[in-house]
Design a protein around this ligand. Structure first.
Ligand code: G3D
Ligand code: MG
Length: 201
């Protein structure tokens, strides 16, 4: 575990390591990205510090009701404005994106929407499934899922981008397993489609 910095973002290997799914966790600063990562990694709450570079963890998770576990390689990238231009280096070749939104930060939800739409519109991210995590649902005054979906204009994401909006509370882990199941299902569906398209050619 660590809050690492890299000067070699453009050199990140394109190939995901040994069949692990390459998942990038994005979202504005303070949305709860690092809390999500460490909740998944240690199954407990870990006090976070602002992420200056990135955190990366490989985690095996049992998904899809299968006995075998699936390996996810998560990249949690700093969300401060000055760090957002780096997101693109991490989403290159991503199998999936987890986009964490603070459900009580109504003031910055427009900013979150802009960043979400910007990253999913990139040509190289076309078709990459997105799990939108409506985090901090434990707090009073959190926006409802319907409000979040409307304010983030999820239905306006490009037609080829599969997405799922998951209510969650990262500090106790609620909703995270369910969200990962959905993300995994979307990734598998996309891969199946890609295989079928390759066969047709
Ligand atoms: P980031 O990595 O997106 O920048 P962090 O965000 O994971 O560092 O979390 C930012 C703050 O939000 C942290 O509080 C963290 O404990 C809190 N947080 C994360 N998830 C939840 C949640 O589901 N519910 C609540 N109530 N708080 C959450 P501090 O106080 O350390 O800034
Ligand atoms: Mg962080």
């Amino acid at each position: 575990m660590g809050n690492r910095q890299s000067d070699h973002h453009s050199l990140l290997p394109c190939l995901p390591s040994f069949q692990a799914l390459h998942i990038v966790i994005l979202g504005l600063d303070c949305a709860g990205k690092t809390t999500v990562l460490y909740r998944l990694r240690f199954n407990e709450f870990v006090n976070t510090v602002p992420t200056k570079g990135f955190n990366s963890e490989k985690i095996r998770v049992s998904v899809g009701g299968r006995r075998r576990t699936t390996s996810f390689h998560f990249w949690d990238v700093g969300g401060q404005e000055k760090l957002r231009p780096l997101w693109r280096s991490y989403t290159r070749c991503a199998d999936g994106i987890v986009f964490v939104v603070d459900s009580v930060d109504g003031e910055r939800i427009e900013e979150a929407k802009t960043e979400l739409h910007k990253i999913t519109r990139l040509a190289e991210n076309h078709g990459v499934p997105v799990l939108v995590v409506a985090n901090k649902q434990d707090l009073r005054d959190s926006l409802s899922l319907a409000e979040m979906a409307a304010m983030l204009a999820l239905h306006e994401l490009s037609a080829g981008t599969p997405w799922h909006l998951q209510p969650a509370c990262a500090i106790i882990g609620e909703g995270l397993q369910e969200g990962l199941e959905k993300l995994h299902a979307m990734i598998r569906k996309r891969r199946k489609l890609q295989r079928q398209q390759r066969k047709k050619r």
